[in-house]
Design a protein around this ligand. Structure first.
Ligand code: ADP
Ligand code: MG
Length: 693
C-alpha cells in the first residue's frame, strides 16, 4: 500500500480525537501537515562538560555516576524533594529534584546517567535543579542532541507534539514523494526528502540540521518560483497593438508641475514598452505620494495619441472618484474624453456608458469592478491599468485585459517591496521604481505613545479640528470577537473601531462630526462614510485598515493608530501616508498597546526614524518575515513555512534559476520525472485558490 499523506492525523499513533482538535488549531489536519510542522527553534543539548568546568547559568549535559542513594525529604503532605550527589572524574555535584518523589527509586546508586540542565548554585558548589536525565546507554534520546521546539497552542505540550511527529515520520518511512526533480537535486547538491524531514525535526547535530534546512528552503522557494512562473505563462502569448512613440514633451508642457526624474524614467520605460507589439507588462512601484498617477496619465495620453482607448481599474468607489477627478484635470486640456463607471450608477446610466465605450466615444474610462462586468465592451482598448494591484485577483486583472485585444498592462503598487521579493511576487513583470518624492514634501512628525498620553492626544485632536483640519483614527479590529485562539489579555487591549466610534461620538466629541468605516459595512455605507470625510463633512474618521488604500484627503493632518504594535511596519507606513498630502503640517500618533513587548517597541521605533517606504519594508521583512509582511496574504503569495525571503536570498536566486531550467525543458510539467512537482504545484494552487487566482 502506498503512503497516504492526506490521511487524517487522528490515525497517527498516539494522536486520537482530543489532540486532533488541538492540532487543528495549529493548522495540522493531515499526515503531511504534521510532518511539515517545523520546529521554530532547537534547544542545544549537545554540549557535554566536566563538573569542574561548569559555568553558572549555562545549560549543559554532564555524564556522571550516582554516588549515594538518593534521599527524599518531605516538606509537607505530598510535597518533597529528592537530593543526590553525582560524580565524574573531575568532581562532585549535588542535584535536586522537586516534587518528583518517585525518582528516589528510579535513580540507582552506582549507575551512570547523562543529566541535562541549567547550572545554578555558585562557583564552588554548582548544582542542577530538576535536570532531564537518561541512562548512559540511552544517551542521544533526550540528552546529547538538538531538541526541536515547536510553536504551540494551549493544551498541547512539546512532548505530545514531538511524539506525534515521531510517529508521523515513522509512518512515512522512506516513502515521502520527492518533489524536486532528480536533476535539480544533483545540480544543487541537495539532500533527499526523507533525510530532510527527519533532520529538520530530529537533527543529530547542527550540520545535519543545516543540510535539511537548506534543502527544505530550496524546495519551498523552488516550488513557489515554478508556481508563479507557471501562472504568468498562462497569459496569452498573443501579439497586441504597437503604439506610436509620441513626443512626451507635449504632455509635460501642459502639466502644472515638473515631473520628477523618477517619474520621467518610469514613463519612458512604459512608452518604450508600448511601442512593441508584445504587450507591456509593467509594474510601477512607488511609495505613497511618489506620484504614480502621473505615470498612468502619461500612458493614457500616449494611447489616446495613437487613437486607442484606455481603462483604469481601482478597488473602491472612492478611489475611482478620486482618480477620475485628478485624471480629468490632467487630461481634459488635451481634449481626451475621460469618464467614470462604477457600480452605483443607475442601470440606465450604465447602459449609456456601455454604448459610449463600445462606440469609442470615451477615451479613458476609470472604474471599479464594474469595468469587468459582462455588458462592458470597447471599441479599441489598447491599455489597461490597475491601481493598488494586490486588491485584485489575477483573474480580475485578466478579465479586464480580455476586454481588449491583448492590451498593454500597467500595474501600480504602493506597497514598496524589496526587489528580491518583487521577483517572486510579480514573476516576470517588468518593474519600474519611483524612488524619489515630488519636491516640497514635508516629513510627517511621528510619535509613539502609551496610554498615559491619552488625554493629551484627545486635546490635540480637538485643537486640530478647531483649526479646520481632519483626523483619522485607525483601530485594528471591527468589534470585539470571541476568538479562543487568542490570549484574552491581548484581546481586551484591542480597540475596536465600533466602540471607539461610539466613545468619540457620544462622549468625547459630541459636538464634532465623527464617521465610521470598517470592512464589515456594506459597500454603500462604506462609500457614504468615506465620502463624508473626503468632502470635509466629517471631522474625524474612525476606521479599520480599509482606508489604507490610496485615499487622498489633503486636509487631513493627523492620523492616530490604536494598538500600533498589531500592524506591520509597511502597513503603518501606508496608513501614515494618508496624511501629509496637503500643505498642512501633519502628525502620526502610534499608540503602543500595554501588552506590547520590547521587541515590538523596537520595531515601531523604525517608524520614527524614517519616512522611506522601501527602508521600512526591508526592516519589516527582516523582523517579521514575509508571512506577516504581506498581512492577509495580500499579494497572492502563499505563506512560507520555512524560507525567509530576507535572509535566504542566495537560495532564492538559485531556486529561480532551477525553476527556469525545469520549465524551459518541460513547460507544462508533463514529464514523468516532474510528476510529484506537478502535484505539488496543483496542491499549492488549491490551497491558495483565492489569492493565486
Ligand atoms: P501616489 O503615488 O501615492 O499615487 P499621487 O499620484 O496621488 O501619488 O500623487 C501625490 C500628489 O503629488 C498628488 O497631489 C500629485 O498631484 C502630486 N504630484 C505628483 N507628481 C508631482 C510632481 N512631479 N511635482 C509636484 N507634485 C506632484
Ligand atoms: Mg495612488
Amino acid at each position: 500500500m502506498s503512503l497516504d499523506l492526506a490521511m487524517g492525523v487522528r490515525y497517527i499513533k498516539g494522536v486520537g480525537e482530543a489532540r486532533e482538535k488541538m492540532m487543528k488549531k495549529l493548522g495540522i489536519s493531515t499526515l503531511l501537515d504534521l510532518v511539515s510542522f517545523f520546529p521554530r527553534a532547537y534547544e542545544d543539548r549537545t554540549v557535554i562538560k566536566n563538573i569542574d568546568e561548569l559555568t553558572i547559568g549555562e545549560a549543559v549535559c554532564i555524564r556522571a555516576a550516582v554516588v549515594s542513594a538518593p534521599q527524599l525529604t518531605h516538606v509537607r503532605q505530598g510535597l518533597g524533594y529528592v537530593k543526590l550527589s553525582v560524580t565524574d572524574e573531575s568532581g562532585i555535584m549535588e542535584i535536586t529534584f522537586f516534587n518528583q518523589s518517585y525518582l528516589k527509586d528510579t535513580l540507582k546508586q552506582g549507575e551512570i546517567y547523562f543529566f541535562y540542565g541549567k547550572i545554578s548554585g555558585d562557583f564552588f558548589r554548582p548544582t542542577m535543579v530538576n535536570p532531564l536525565f537518561e541512562k548512559d546507554k540511552d544517551h542521544g534520546t533526550i540528552t546529547g542532541r538538538l531538541m526541536p521546539i515547536y510553536p504551540l497552542t494551549s493544551g498541547l505540550n512539546q512532548r505530545s507534539i514531538v511524539s506525534a511527529i515521531r510517529a508521523g515520520l515513522d509512518k512515512c518511512g522512506e516513502e515521502l514523494p520527492e518533489v524536486l526533480p532528480e536533476s535539480v537535486i544533483r545540480q544543487y547538491e541537495l539532500c533527499r526528502i526523507s533525510y530532510a524531514y527527519e533532520n529538520i525535526h530530529f537533527p543529530t547535530d547542527f550540520q545535519s540540521l543545516n543540510i535539511a534546512r537548506h534543502r527544505l528552503i530550496f524546495e519551498e522557494l523552488f516550488t513557489l518560483a515554478i508556481a508563479m512562473k507557471h501562472l504568468r505563462s498562462r497569459r496569452s502569448e498573443a501579439m497586441g497593438t504597437s503604439l506610436k512613440l509620441p513626443d512626451i514633451k507635449e504632455f509635460y508642457a501642459v502639466l502644472p508641475f515638473e515631473p520628477t526624474n523618477a517619474q520621467k524614467r518610469a514613463i519612458d520605460d512604459a512608452l518604450m514598452d508600448m511601442m512593441k507589439e508584445q504587450p507591456m507588462n509593467r509594474l510601477i512601484q512607488g511609495d505613497v505620494g511618489s506620484g504614480k498617477t502621473l505615470v498612468a496619465a502619461a500612458c493614457c495620453w500616449s494611447a489616446w495619441r495613437s487613437g486607442y482607448q484606455a481603462a483604469f481599474m481601482v478597488p473602491t468607489e472612492v478611489l475611482a472618484n478620486q482618480h477620475f477627478n485628478s485624471l480629468t484635470e490632467l487630461l481634459e486640456p488635451f481634449g481626451i474624453r475621460v469618464d467614470l463607471l462604477t457600480g452605483s450608477l443607475t442601470a440606465k446610466h450604465k447602459r449609456e456608458m456601455h454604448e459610449k465605450l463600445r462606440f469609442g466615444e470615451i477615451d479613458l474610462i476609470i472604474g471599479t469592478h464594474a469595468l469587468i462586468s459582462q455588458g462592458v465592451s470597447f471599441s479599441n482598448l489598447a491599455l489597461v491599468i490597475t491601481d493598488e494591484q494586490h486588491r485584485f485577483g489575477v483573474n480580475q486583472r485578466s478579465m479586464l485585459s480580455e476586454k481588449g485585444d491583448s492590451p498593454h498592462v500597467l500595474v501600480m503598487s504602493a506597497t514598496p517591496i524589496p526587489r528580491t521579493l518583487a521577483l517572486i511576487v510579480y514573476g516576470d513583470l517588468d518593474v519600474s521604481i519611483i524612488d524619489e518624492m515630488p519636491p516640497g514634501r514635508q516629513e510627517i512628525k511621528t510619535y509613539i505613545v502609551g496610554e498615559n498620553y491619552r488625554q493629551r492626544i484627545n486635546n490635540f485632536i480637538r485643537k486640530l479640528v478647531g483649526e479646520g483640519r481632519q483626523v483619522f483614527v485607525i483601530c485594528p479590529m471591527v468589534e470585539e470577537e470571541e476568538d479562543d485562539d487568542e490570549d484574552a489579555l491581548v484581546k481586551n487591549d484591542l480597540k475596536s473601531a465600533q466602540k471607539h466610534y461610539e466613545l468619540f461620538k457620544n462622549e468625547l466629541f459630541p459636538d464634532l462630526h465623527v464617521a465610521l468605516v470598517h470592512g464589515k459595512m456594506k459597500a454603500k455605507e462604506k462609500d457614504a462614510a468615506m465620502l463624508s470625510f473626503t468632502n470635509g463633512e466629517s471631522d474625524i474618521l474612525v476606521a479599520t485598515t480599509v482606508i489604507e488604500v490610496g485615499i487622498d484627503v489633503p486636509n487631513a493632518a493627523l492620523i492616530v493608530v490604536e494598538n500600533a504594535e498589531r500592524f506591520g511596519l509597511s502597513q503603518l507606513h501606508q496608513l501614515r501616508g494618508r496624511v501629509g498630502r496637503g500643505k498642512h503640517e501633519s502628525f502620526c500618533i502610534l499608540f503602543n498597546g500595554e501588552t506590547a513587548s520590547e521587541a515590538t517597541k523596537e520595531r515601531l521605533a523604525v517608524m520614527q526614524e524614517t519616512n522611506d517606504g522601501f527602508k521600512i519594508a526591508e526592516e519589516d521583512l527582516k523582523m517579521r518575515g514575509p508571512g506577516d509582511f504581506f498581512g492577509s496574504r495580500q499579494h497572492g503569495l502563499p505563506e512560507l513555512r520555512i524560507a525567509n525571503l530576507a535572509s535566504d536570498m542566495l537560495v532564492l536566486s538559485q531556486a529561480q534559476e532551477a525553476a527556469k531550467e525545469i520549465l524551459d525543458d518541460d513547460p507544462n510539467l508533463e514529464k514523468s520525472e516532474n510528476r510529484f512537482l506537478a502535484n505539488e504545484i496543483t496542491r499549492l494552487f488549491e490551497i491558495n485558490a483565492d489569492s493565486l487566482n
